[in-house]
Design a protein around this ligand. Structure first.
Ligand code: ZN
Ligand code: ZN
Length: 97
């Protein structure tokens, strides 16, 4: 597929290896092996390969899931407290205090 080939004229048929995540980089984000050694060479550490990107995304998902579980736990605690409070208020209303 053409979408996975480098767009630079002199890099014909070179496959795209990954993305450049450098915030100051003005070049095309997708890079091939030749781009990595020319246009992105000064910040090649910020160039992430597709395989690494998938691992990185998985790590992000794990962190997200852990945080979501913690928030759910806190919400459940809050719900229990709220239900308890509601019972108390009903009792107070019942006894007209
Ligand atoms: Zn290229
Ligand atoms: Zn770059």
């Amino acid at each position: 597929m053409d979408i996975f080939k480098c767009k630079y004229l002199t890099h014909e048929n070179e496959e795209i290896m990954g993305f450049c995540l450098n915030q100051r980089c003005q070049n095309v984000t997708q890079y091939c092996y030749l781009c990595l050694n020319t246009t992105h060479q000064e910040h090649f550490n910020d160039c992430i390969r597709f395989t690494k990107l998938i691992l990185f995304m998985n790590e992000c998902m794990q962190v997200y899931n852990q945080q979501r579980k913690q928030i759910e736990k806190k919400l459940n605690k809050f719900k229990i407290i709220f239900i308890d409070q509601k019972k108390w208020i009903r009792k107070l209303i019942y006894w007209k205090i």
